[in-house]
Design a protein around this ligand. Structure first.
Ligand code: NZQ
Ligand code: ZN
Length: 392
């Protein structure tokens, strides 16, 4: 097991009864000037917007709406302007991971006078070193990213065709997680979100550290839970237990616990982020298409024992031949993703040309350091191009 430090200060308020009773004080403890951030309107349709406005009636609320999936830097710039203009004390993010990711960068950008993109381009170096950050309170409406309990944000710059992960100094101050708010999430986003969670687990499970049995076992348990509950949520959108397990699973998968003691090089995420950057596709869908192909590429005589453990512990496969169990585990992964309704090819998300694969692969390898032990197995630009091509 590798050395690690684990600290996470987010105050989690999970379940049905926290929001109406506690939202006001959770926000007001930081001041009375609030920037309310949200997306394209799902919170108005569900009635959540009205509940929030009612709860914050005695506070000064400034709104930033229209934060898009794969949040764009322009929304962050707009938020930066509003936080300065209104001398905002606290941000309340209401929505999915995209709204929350943008909100976290806005929270740092209030204290930065340059272009907000600088705080993304440097992967958060300035934000962490010497820029303050507003507290962020969030009400999460989609289970996927884990953004509600981590310090990361992923922001897109369409002018540059770049989608980049950055890390601020803090995790959200308070996160309200009410699974009922996810009942209205579409099948597409439910499948994508569930697979995003699963991918966060595979990225951390296929790892070069050895003898990290505590973390491996935790991850296997969380994987089994996503495999069990995602189809239930798809079949019965208002099944509380399914939505609750997916919501807490999403948070736990990426709050730092599943990384403890690992070497943790992520591979499929940087490769997927290029698809989202160039074609603005849904993150979890891109991961679903790429992951089984990456697994096939990563399987070798050196890695087969790990893949076989994955097959036995997660997919309940039996047999003594590691290579055989590993291959069946990859097939089981593919079949499960497909059963969620995720299109298993890039053509299924309207990517029909390989024109951009070379430049996308170069970026993925550079950003993820994929050819220098950045991931579980090293991948060259040619390897990544081959992965995109195998996914067509
Ligand atoms: O914009 P609105 O109208 O709210 O609609 C959203 C959006 O269209 C809708 N939605 C959200 N909650 C809903 C709902 N529709 C009905 N009912 C509800 N309760 O769903 C759509 C997608 O929302 P989005 O926030 O984009 O989804 P998600 O939470 O999956 O976030 C994806 C983004 O997070 C990044 C991804 O790259 C992507 O940009 N990631 C962030 C990470 C992090 N911060 O740690 C890690 C992840 O690996 C990921 O990269
Ligand atoms: Zn992800």
């Amino acid at each position: 097991m590798e050395d690690f430090r684990f600290q996470n200060k987010t105050d989690i308020r999970f379940g049905k009864h926290h929001i109406d009773e506690e939202l006001h004080d959770a926000v007001a403890q930081f001041g009375d000037k609030v920037l309310l951030t949200y997306g394209g309107g799902s919170i108005k349709k569900s009635g959540l917007y009205d509940r929030v406005i009612k709860a914050l009636a005695d506070l000064k609320v400034v709104e930033l709406s229209g934060i898009a999936p794969n949040p764009k830097i322009d929304s962050v710039r707009e938020g930066q302007k509003l936080t300065k203009e209104h001398d905002i004390d606290v941000i309340l993010s209401v929505g999915g991971g995209s709204v929350l990711d943008a909100s976290k960068v806005i929270a740092s950008a209030k204290f930065y006078d340059g272009d907000a993109w600088d705080l993304v381009a440097d992967r958060g170096a300035k934000s962490r070193a010497n820029i303050d950050q507003l507290p962020v309170v969030d009400i999460l409406t989609l289970s996927a990213t884990g953004s509600e309990m981590n310090s990361g944000s992923v922001i897109s710059n369409p002018d540059l065709n770049i989608k980049l992960g950055t890390n601020g100094p803090n995790t959200p101050a308070v996160s309200f997680l009410d699974p009922q708010l996810t009942y209205s999430v579409s099948k597409w986003q439910t499948a994508a979100g569930s697979f995003d969670v699963f991918s966060h687990l595979t990225e951390q499970y296929f790892d070069r550290a050895t003898a990290n049995d505590v973390t491996s076992g935790l991850i296997e348990g969380m994987m089994r839970s996503v495999i069990k509950w995602a189809p239930v949520a798809l079949a019965e959108p208002d099944n509380y237990d399914a939505r609750a397990n997916l919501m807490w699973g999403a948070t736990m998968a990426l709050n730092g616990i599943a990384r403890s003691g690992t070497k943790n090089g992520w591979t499929v995420h940087p490769i997927e982020h290029e698809l989202s950057a160039y074609y603005d596709i849904t993150h979890g869908v891109g991961l679903g298409i790429l992951t089984p192909r990456w697994m096939k590429r990563a399987l070798s005589t050196e890695t087969q024992a790990r893949f076989a453990r994955y097959g036995r512990e997660v997919w309940h496969l039996t047999g003594d031949d590691d290579q055989d169990v590993a291959q069946r585990a990859i097939q089981a992964t593919y079949d499960w993703i497909k059963s969620l309704g995720i299109p298993m090819t890039l053509a299924g998300v309207d990517i029909n040309s390989d024109d951009k694969f070379e430049e996308m692969a170069e970026e993925a390898v550079r950003i993820g350091n994929l050819d220098h032990n950045g991931g579980y197995v090293n991948l060259t630009v040619d390897d990544v191009v081959a992965l995109y091509q195998a996914s067509m």
